[in-house]
Design a protein around this ligand. Structure first.
Ligand code: BES
Ligand code: MN
Ligand code: ZN
Length: 492
């Protein structure tokens, strides 16, 4: 999307459509100048209550008398109760409507955004409106040989018109693009998103500030990552241990560990066939980490970040790991693998262990589609968060409020240690159904040791089965915007 700013009046803009955002119960005076040119249409729809300005209400008017042939009025809701999320949703409503009509060039009047008080967030209201709009235009039709009609032209020009330029569209565009990158990576089917291809995608973001190293099986074996190796054994696709280093500042790095199972069949503890095709998105954590680091670089955040993506398939070939097998992780801890479908925690254990051993990070955040139980607890509405450091988790909560990528903290009671006691090894990887959301996190905690760590389970939010506001069906890119905002907070 090409977005520019012009200081002209609404009647002079040569666009296909003019977006006029309005708060609830708008004054008919606000647009009296252009209303004179279009027969008082705006005044009429406001007075007749056809348009009230309720959040996300949309009304299109076909007009003559000004250059643009169509106007859409879009509701922003009550001005004093304005939230970033309402703005995103209103932006999404307007943008998808324009795209659906196959229009290419829209203009948006910024008048309603003048003198908004009591709005506290990182960006300005205009930015959130645009963010929601940009997020909503995402689609994934790479594999459709016929593009949907609405995509043939593409809504790709937006002119913002107003008096002053109090917004940061470049930044919000970087953030929306990052979310789209994560969605692309996770939507791509496993035959075209193997560990090697994921590593290629990580290498694509390399530059003078971002170094990407990819370790192969022999190197990973040499480092003693027996848990990660165990998961990869049933597949012919070579594993990749992807390390992304972003260096722009001093001090200890923040480590982001992204679960990158490019396909999860469950392994020998095989999953039911129903719904198994969805397990291509089991690398959504890794996708969010790549995208967030790319954005951190574009935003020039002053800090050091390490991204770690243990990438492999979890299949059930002839040399696959068996239930009951015992392996040794990079930390030296031995693990009895009770269930090969609890593979995420195995690869993360080595990812976390590696990050501590080689980088001594200030914080570790792991992000993973880790448990089916996540959706039992929270539906599809929130990321489950657990960790060993309340202050770190409060920072993540703050980022969550800003981005509306909601997190909900779950407890890590010391009693959970009992659940994972193994008769044969130091720890076992599962303990049955009870508390499986939290015991998965407890398992990871054992590998984080004393390093400040938080775990984000995105299993129930990484994929959407329906279209909502600014999300399409499919991968949501969840965690990307959350991590970018967290990094922004941590950099200051
Ligand atoms: N990748 C799955 C979790 C998952 C399930 C993600 C559904 C997205 C949607 C994970 O590897 C898994 O299989 N977890 C098991 C663990 C169990 C065997 C202890 C689960 O939660 O069922
Ligand atoms: Mn699994
Ligand atoms: Zn998995």
């Amino acid at each position: 999307m090409n977005i520019i700013f012009k200081q002209i009046t609404e009647d002079n803009i040569d666009a296909d459509i003019l977006i006029i955002p309005l708060f609830e119960n708008p004054s008919t005076q606000l647009y009296s100048d252009i209303d004179k040119l279009i027969d008082g249409l705006i005044q009429r729809v406001i007075e007749s209550k056809e348009f009230t300005g309720k959040a996300q209400q949309l009304l299109q008017l076909h007009v003559s008398g000004i250059k643009a042939g169509r106007i859409i009025l879009i509701g922003l809701g009550v001005k004093t109760k304005l939230t970033a999320e309402d703005l995103r949703r209103s932006g999404a409503k307007a943008f998808t409507f324009i795209e659906g009509q196959n229009l290419q060039h829209a203009a948006m009047s910024l008048t309603a955004f003048n003198d908004i008080k009591s709005f506290k967030a990182r960006f300005s209201p205009i930015d959130y409106f645009i963010e929601g709009g940009l997020l909503s235009l995402y689609d994934f039709n790479r594999y459709k040989t016929e593009k949907p009609a609405a995509k043939k032209i593409g809504f790709n020009n937006l002119t913002l018109i107003g008096e002053s330029k109090n917004f940061e569209i470049d930044k919000i565009s970087i953030i929306a693009e990052a979310a789209s990158l994560a969605r692309d990576l996770a939507n791509t089917p496993s035959n075209e998103m193997t560990p090697s291809i994921l590593a290629q995608n990580a290498m694509n973001i390399a530059n003078d500030r971002i170094k990407v190293k990819v370790l192969d099986k022999a190197e990973v074996e040499g480092l003693g990552m027996g848990a990660f190796i165990a998961v990869s054994k049933g597949s012919n696709e070579p594993l990749k241990f992807i390390i992304i280093e972003y260096s722009e500042g001093t001090g200890k790095p923040i480590a982001l560990i992204g679960k990158s199972i490019t396909f999860d069949s469950g392994g020998i503890s095989i999953k039911p066939a129903q719904g198994m095709e969805q397990m291509k998105y089991d690398m959504s954590g890794g996708a969010a980490v790549i995208a967030a680091i790319k954005a951190a670089d574009k935003l020039s955040l002053k800090m050091n970040i390490i991204g770690i993506l243990p990438a492999t398939e979890n299949l059930s070939g002839g040399s696959a790991t068996r239930p009951g097998d015992i392996v040794k992780s990079i930390t030296g801890k031995t693990i009895e693998i009770i269930n090969t479908d609890a593979e995420g925690r195995l690869i993360l254990a080595d990812g976390i262990g590696y990050s501590i051993k080689y980088y001594k990070p200030k914080y570790i955040i792991d992000i993973a589609t880790l448990t089916g139980a996540c959706s039992l607890a929270l539906g599809n509405e929130a990321i489950a968060m657990m960790g060993n450091d309340q202050q770190l988790m409060e920072m993540i909560k703050q980022a969550s409020v800003e981005t509306h990528e909601r997190v909900w903290q779950m407890p890590l009671y010391s009693e959970f240690a009992e659940y994972l006691k193994s008769d044969a090894a130091d720890i076992k990887n599962t303990s049955g159904k009870d508390g499986s959301l939290v015991t998965a996190a407890w398992f990871l905690k054992e590998f984080a040791g004393t390093t400040k760590w938080a775990h984000l389970d995105i299993a129930s939010t990484a994929w959407s089965t329906k279209e909502t506001h600014y999300l399409k069906k499919g991968a949501t890119g969840i965690g990307t915007r959350l991590l970018i905002e967290f990094l922004t907070i941590a950099a200051n």
